[in-house]
Write a protein of this length. Structure first.
Ligand code: PPS
Length: 568
């Protein structure tokens, strides 16, 4: 017999086909809520029983009890609140007892919920209780305090249509499907490994040992819902896992993807992960160093101790009814040419380790990654995803007064890049953009910001796909320049270049005669004359064209690109 799910019964909240069709027909006039990416993850695991015994988003009493005591009101252990947060506007439009339609982003009906409770939670209290902190460098604190809806709705769910996935469908399983597979394969003991990172030899070693120690089969169960902001995208990770699977003995191990939205809640999250794996039919769960850790707080200290998660798990081991397989950090011992737990390394031995940060650095600069660290096939996938800087896209964002020289320098830089070859370049000059993208816009603050955000969007797409975008608008407002930077930096290079030729010089040049018209009041809201320009505080470069030629200015930009590593 397989391990019982949490609370004794594996839930399946989906209606039968006929019932679902009926529910869908009735739902047309019900208030509709579009689920956020995070809520879509939660609802998938609620509906398919991954979160058994929950039958919907938590009501107020269960929520309060989970936050304070890690338990549902019936006493069952449940460490993480699963809540439906909505906007004030939507909350005001519904009442307890109403049935609402929950839809995905395309409007497809996923489930319906009868509202049992509607309340305004104390989010700070939730942060303290669940996460042990209100420091918003913690990504979940940030989400709760700064981004989530102010009102929670709780109630039972009726599943109509499972959230749809078009990727990796052959390795996505519900708890029922997973359990059936284990039964079919004759896997009685299964140890689960949770991860949100690419796996290297250290992890493989650790999972191997865990499976061997427990005399169990292994389920690699990586999270592909939402993980820590900044993590490697899951498409890349899953390709890595797939390559890695070839290095496990056949018949012993399998890979399945878990659409979980992580909270980075450390110890409490570890318990939750264990419960979910139990629902998937696993008997053992691996917890290593700093499980589901959110990184460092605003004072540079760890939010949770490295082995707090293991300790809390041990405390609740019996109730959890899934065995902990604790692990210390694994390091490579040079003299032994083997991996070992860090506390088993002798003083005279040399331990080697490549951190995540160091890995990213080496990928960025196309430096060697030794075989002891990872498998060549895995490294190849990572290199494909992180091409060296010479192949990565970037944006040059020139900003400055009209007549400062930004368009001319931008043009010169583009021409030189074309001459060098090997790069695809798009020039998004102020005038070009105003003609093709923003022809209906004027020069109010609102319109200028809209113009810059459009430029930013186009530049981000170009950068993402490995091209070079050269932008040269005035872009007088810090806020919209920051928006553009934040949009592009995660996708490739971003260089803000302040062409800080003084206003007097620009006005004296007055190449288009605009300054004269602005002084005469013919042109209103003219930047520098009758409209503000907020100076960049930390641009990557400043160029004053008062005393240098365009050629010299363009050279400065190229030398900067060379220095940063973007030119081959
Ligand atoms: S912004 O603020 O970034 O949206 O401006 P941008 O798209 O770069 O457009 C600036 C060009 O429009 C012409 N122009 C004006 N500029 C500033 N203020 C006012 N009121 C204005 N009216 C027209 C001007 O030619 C700018 O071009 P450049 O190349 O900068 O001289």
């Amino acid at each position: 017999a397989q391990k019982e799910p949490h609370g004794g019964e594996l839930k399946n909240l989906y209606l039968s086909e006929e019932e679902a069709a009926e529910e869908k027909a009735q739902s047309k006039d019900w208030p509709s809520w579009d689920l956020t990416p995070r809520q879509l993850c939660d609802i998938e695991l609620l509906l398919n029983g991954g979160f058994s015994p929950l039958e919907g988003f938590l009501g107020k009493a269960d929520y309060d009890s989970v936050v304070a005591d890690m338990r549902l009101t019936d006493g069952l252990l449940w460490p993480i609140p699963i809540t439906l947060d909505v906007s004030q506007h939507f909350a005001d439009s519904v009442s307890e007892g109403d049935v609402i339609a929950l839809r995905d982003r395309e409007g497809v009906l996923v489930a319906t919920m009868t509202i049992a409770d509607k309340w305004t939670p104390d989010k700070r209290k939730e942060c303290e209780g669940v996460l042990g902190t209100t420091d918003d460098t913690h990504p979940e604190v940030d989400r709760l305090l700064n981004h989530s809806g102010p009102v929670y709705l709780g109630g039972r769910l009726k599943g109509v249509q499972a959230p749809r996935h078009f990727d990796f469908t052959h390795i996505r399983h519900s708890p029922r499907e997973m359990r059936d597979l284990f039964a079919k394969w004759g896997w009685r003991k299964v140890v689960a490994f949770q991860t949100r990172n690419p796996l290297h030899r250290a992890h493989q070693e650790l999972t191997f040992r865990a499976a061997r120690e427990a005399e169990a089969n292994l389920l690699l169960h990586p999270v592909v819902g939402l993980t820590k902001p900044g993590d490697i995208d899951y498409f890349t990770r899953v390709r890595c896992y797939d390559r890695l699977m070839q290095h496990y003995p056949e018949q012993t191990s399998t890979l399945s993807l878990l659409p979980l939205a992580m909270r980075m809640a450390g110890p409490r999250e570890a318990l939750w992960h264990g419960i979910i794996r139990k629902n998937y039919g696993c008997t053992h769960f691996i917890i290593g160093r700093d499980h589901a850790g959110p990184g460092k707080d605003s004072k540079g200290e760890d939010f949770y101790g490295p082995y707090d998660a293991q300790d809390l798990f041990v405390e609740h081991q019996e109730e959890l009814d899934i065995s902990l397989v604790p692990f210390k950090q694994m390091v490579y011992v040079q003299e032994r040419a083997q991996y070992a737990p860090v506390d088993e390394v002798e003083d005279h031995e040399t331990q080697l380790n490549i951190s995540g940060t160091e890995l990213r650095r080496r990928l960025k600069h196309n430096l060697e990654l030794p075989e002891w660290f990872s498998f060549p096939e895995v490294v190849a996938v990572l290199r494909e995803r992180h091409p060296p800087l010479t192949e990565q896209g970037f944006t040059l964002f020139f900003t400055g007064f009209s007549g400062s020289g930004k368009s001319t320098i931008a043009n010169a830089v583009m021409t030189k890049l074309m001459e060098m070859g090997g790069r695809r370049v798009t020039l998004l000059d102020g005038d070009v953009v105003r003609k093709n993208l923003s022809s209906e816009l004027g020069f109010s603050k609102e319109h200028r910001n809209l113009n810059i955000e459009r430029i930013g969007f186009v530049a981000s797409e170009i950068t993402k796909n490995g091209g070079v975008a050269i932008c040269a608008p005035i872009a007088p407002y810090r806020g919209s320049r920051r928006v553009v930077r934040e949009l592009i930096e995660p996708l490739g290079g971003f260089l803000e270049i302040h062409v800080n030729t003084p206003l007097e010089v620009c006005e004296a040049r007055d190449r288009k005669g605009l300054y004269a018209k602005a002084r005469a009041g013919v042109i209103k809201e003219f930047t520098g004359i009758s409209d503000p320009y907020e100076e960049p505080e930390n641009p990557e470069m400043r160029i004053d064209t008062t005393d240098i030629t365009i050629d010299q200015a363009a050279q400065q930009v190229l030398l900067k690109l060379e220095k940063l590593g973007y030119l081959a």
